[in-house]
Design a binder for this molecule. Structure first.
Ligand code: ADP
Ligand code: ADP
Ligand code: MG
Length: 677
């Protein structure tokens, strides 16, 4: 076994690999960029080497620099994680050339599977079933059009060198083919430097079912069963589970054996995933092979009780596979949810910013490799106070749950999702909760269109009662004022309305749209009236007066409120005038409306600030332009996604503070608007 390895990655996967190194007594070397100088993965490794600037191209993609770091620290092997250089032949080659073991498959296997078209040709020869389609060398537009017509619409165009869903285009009819081809080629060329395409029959309501394979250098190859990753947005996985629900033993074995055949066809070594697309009738076809550890590998670890990183290390060190096929089995069911800093209501636009408050669900500590099947496992690469930057994948954490069966796992998933408390970037937690609670997901009625088809329910504005959360926010505000009164200014009581002998105070709350619920982009204003009359406190909510009392809990941000006879406890995290309330498994955000902010909103001078750091790519208005609420003003781009800034209210554009091409930082004011007239 190795004495020391270098981990050529960052974030949760670097932390994940470091955990296994620690358990096995293997030294670990981290590499880091400028942005990651204080990152969690650096802290978890024994040594760390700075490899350059924040952009991936200046650090995590610099293969010579990383190989040099391994040589300088005496690391015997390099674990590439996923993404970055994990499927880069030149990197694997460079490792080998310097006598460093690449913890992954041989260069030839990476090369063979790196082109989806070439891989399909190989699979055809190995008798692995393929989706009807065209993956030939002739790339002339005429021929591709004829092939698409022959396959029959709809068809799917893919970049042969592609990944991450980039370049994929669904073509509904022959007349649209030429334009889609041109656009697929453009994106393929710019993302992968290679514009080769392939065509597949676009399957309707398919499932994504993949098989984990493992091979050692002696040629033993096994499958560690399947995962269903059908719940996707923009062709990217959101929820994954093992085993794939509803497969018969016969289909499970056939898929496993097909995956092993695929691996054998390229003399595979190490961990790999063979992705299949499956029709509603259960027919499955090879899609591609990912020649690395997958983001969703933990669900396989949970149901097999194995540590796949340990297997990778053993195999790379020349050991035989720890177990053979007949020794492998599945226990229970596991589900993974990817917690992202993103905004589902805005087309899953990545969100950035500092994690000002971060509480993860209580995890029964996952003991990798000790057969431990924790009920709840969290894999995360960030800590409270860390920043989600625009440079890398905006994943905050992976939540992985295990249960005796799918229903038990699902129950744990829902309750653990409810335990997340994240303040800072927007997140998809509430959205994941909605999927977990949706009828098709609960019934395991899975296919890749699940999110799209249930759009209405998944993106609907929050209907949950906000009463408890509002009462908690009021309690936190009253507590803050009380603290102000005693600690600082006695005059702050002036903003209470003194009425006869009692207080009357109006607390105005704006629901912080996207934070409150994925679909609730429209902010609404709620007024809550607090009254103290003869020692009796009441709160007027929804036009009804309730008995009300509140008190602080034991923790700093904890409060409990009693509304009429019902007591509710929760946590309120205050950030300026933003109140983030966490109670009963729900997160709700409110912005306290001060009279000043209210006036600005009414007169169309609402905040027109950048929602994330990025670049201005279009300015759609000029000074003097009269706009209505919702008029698009300016388009920004960040992390390859576009975001349109709209007028928050009617008004006139007074000044535009940035021009096309300018970089803007998060929260920077973009333009100045004035009230009309
Ligand atoms: P998985 O099935 O493991 O999620 P993906 O293909 O979605 O596989 O990608 C795995 C990780 O690699 C993701 O976190 C993603 O950010 C990263 N990734 C995918 N494609 C690319 C790419 N072209 N360049 C850099 N990173 C990528
Ligand atoms: P990537 O390299 O981006 O992961 P894949 O070829 O694995 O590309 O496809 C990504 C996703 O696109 C799949 O998980 C599936 O949801 C969808 N997809 C791929 N091929 C087809 C197809 N022929 N018909 C329908 N959906 C498909
Ligand atoms: Mg794929």
């Amino acid at each position: 076994m190795f004495k020391k390895i270098l981990i050529a990655n960052r974030g949760e996967i670097a932390c994940r690999v470091a955990a296994t190194c620690k358990r096995l007594g293997i030294g670990s070397v981290a590499v880091f960029s400028d942005a990651d100088a204080d990152a969690k993965h650096v802290a978890l490794c024994d040594e760390a080497v700075h490899i350059g600037g924040s952009a991936a191209a200046d650090s995590y993609l610099r293969l010579e620099r990383i190989v040099e770091a391994a040589r300088a620290t005496g690391a015997q092997a390099i674990h590439p994680g996923y993404g970055f250089l994990s499927e880069n032949e030149a990197f694997a080659q460079a490792c080998t050339a310097h006598g460093i073991e690449f913890i992954g498959p041989p260069v030839a296997a990476i090369a063979a599977m790196g082109s989806k078209a070439a891989a399909k040709a190989l699979m055809q020869r190995a008798a692995v079933p393929l989706v009807p389609g065209y993956h030939g060398d002739d790339q002339s537009a005429d021929l591709l059009q004829r092939e698409a017509d022959a396959i029959g619409y709809p068809v799917l165009l893919k970049a042969s060198a592609g990944g991450g869903g980039k370049g994929m285009r669904v073509v509904e009819q022959s007349a649209d083919f030429a334009a889609a081809l041109a656009s697929c080629k453009r994106e393929a060329a710019s993302s992968f430097g290679n514009d080769r395409v392939l065509i597949e029959k676009y399957l309707l309501r398919p499932r994504h079912v993949e098989v984990q394979v493992f091979a050692d250098k002696a040629g033993n190859t096994v499958y560690l069963f399947d995962r269903d990753c059908s719940v996707q947005r923009r062709h990217q996985k959101v929820l994954e589970e093992a085993p794939a629900p509803g497969l018969s033993d016969a289909v499970r074995r056939q898929m496993g054996e097909a995956a092993v055949a695929a691996a054998r066809a390229v003399n595979y070594v190490g961990a790999g995933t063979v992705e299949f697309i499956m029709t509603p009738e259960g027919q499955f076809y090879f899609m591609e092979m990912n020649t690395r550890l997958q983001v969703e590998h933990p669900v396989t670890e949970m149901v097999t009780g194995l540590d796949l990183v340990e297997w990778q290390l053993r195999v790379a060190a020349g050991e035989a596979l720890p177990l053979l096929q007949h020794q492998l089995s599945v226990t229970g069911h596991a589900i993974e949810a990817r917690i992202y800093a993103e905004n589902p209501a805005r087309g899953f636009l990545p969100s950035t910013g500092t994690l000002r408050h971060l509480r993860l669900p209580a995890a029964v500590e996952f003991k990798v490799g000790e057969g431990g099947r924790a009920a709840v496992r969290i894999d995360s690469g960030v800590r409270c106070g860390d920043t989600i930057t625009p440079f890398y994948d905006p994943m905050i954490a992976k939540l992985i749950v295990h249960g005796a069966d799918r229903a038990a796992a699902l129950a744990r998933l829902s309750s653990a999702l409810g335990e997340f408390e994240i303040v800072g970037p927007s997140t998809n937690v509430e959205f994941l909760q909605r999927i977990a609670g949706s009828v098709p997901f609960m019934a395991a009625d899975l296919d890749t269109g699940l999110i799209e088809r249930n759009h209405e329910a998944l993106f609907a504005p929050a209907t949950a009662s906000t009463r408890d959360a509002l009462a908690l926010a009021c309690a936190a505000q009253l507590a803050r004022e009380e603290a102000d009164n005693t600690d600082r200014s006695p005059w702050s009581t002036l903003h209470h309305w003194r009425l006869n002998a009692g207080y009357r105070q109006v607390l105005s709350w704006r629901t912080a749209g996207h934070e409150a619920a994925p679909g609730a982009d429209q902010a609404t204003l709620t007024e809550v009236v607090f009254e103290r009359d003869g020692g009796r406190d009441t709160l007027e909510l929804d036009g009804t007066r309730h008995e009300f009392s509140w008190r602080r809990g034991s923790g700093a941000d904890e409060f409990s409120v009693t509304v009429d006879q019902t007591r509710v406890a929760g946590r309120v995290f205050i950030d300026g005038e933003h109140f983030h309330v966490f109670c009963r498994g729900k997160a709700l955000g409110f912005e306290r409306e001060t009279p000043l902010a209210h006036a600005a909103e009414e007169h169309g001078t609402g905040r027109l600030t950048a929602p994330m750091p990025g670049r201005v790519i279009a300015v759609l208005v000029a000074p003097g332009t009269k706009v209505d609420k919702g008029t698009p003003l300016l388009v920004m781009e960040a992390m390859k996604m576009e975001h349109t800034i709209e007028a928050p209210a009617a008004g006139v554009v007074a000044e535009i503070l940035f021009a096309v091409g300018d970089q803007v930082s998060d929260g920077a004011q973009l333009l100045i608007m004035e009230a009309e007239g």
